[in-house]
Design a protein around this ligand. Structure first.
Ligand code: FES
Length: 135
């Protein structure tokens, strides 16, 4: 009789942990509803924040920045082209979607593992010195 509430509690706790992990920034002063605030040249990160052979996901900006080779940076939408989940990790040379297992190459966003059939759309970034900006 106590198994069901316990299981529910665990599931809720897991969901809360996932949400906490997904929201890496506190005190975001920009509301997501501000559609009129188009910002140009927004700094995303320092180049040193992006691991060589890997990448970093910026959930608020809906972009994933990768560094396939030292000094070579790429950016892609973090919205999976299969059914629209946000990708959650970059590892083993791929950008990974948790929903159905699609993987995308960090080099060009192309599909490395289905069910997605289309690549992640590329986004424009500008690297100025050690600063990576979303254009
Ligand atoms: S939404 Fe990403 S694999 Fe299905």
């Amino acid at each position: 009789m106590t198994q069901s509430p316990t299981r529910r509690t665990i599931l809720l706790a897991t969901g809360a942990a996932t949400l906490t992990v997904g929201c890496s920034e506190y005190g975001n002063e920009n509301s997501d509803s501000g559609s009129s605030s188009v910002k140009a040249d927004t700094e995303l990160a320092k180049t040193s924040d992006i691991p060589v052979g890997g990448g970093k996901i910026f959930k608020d900006e809906k972009v994933v920045v990768t560094q396939p080779k030292k000094g070579e940076f790429k950016a892609f939408s973090d919205i999976c082209t299969h059914q629209g989940c946000q990708v959650t990790s970059v590892s083993g040379g791929t950008i990974n979607c948790p929903c159905h297992g699609s993987k995308f190459h960090i080099t060009d966003g192309s599909v490395a593992n289905p069910p997605a059939s289309k690549p992640l759309p590329e986004k424009q970034i500008k690297v100025s010195g050690d600063s990576i900006e979303l254009v």
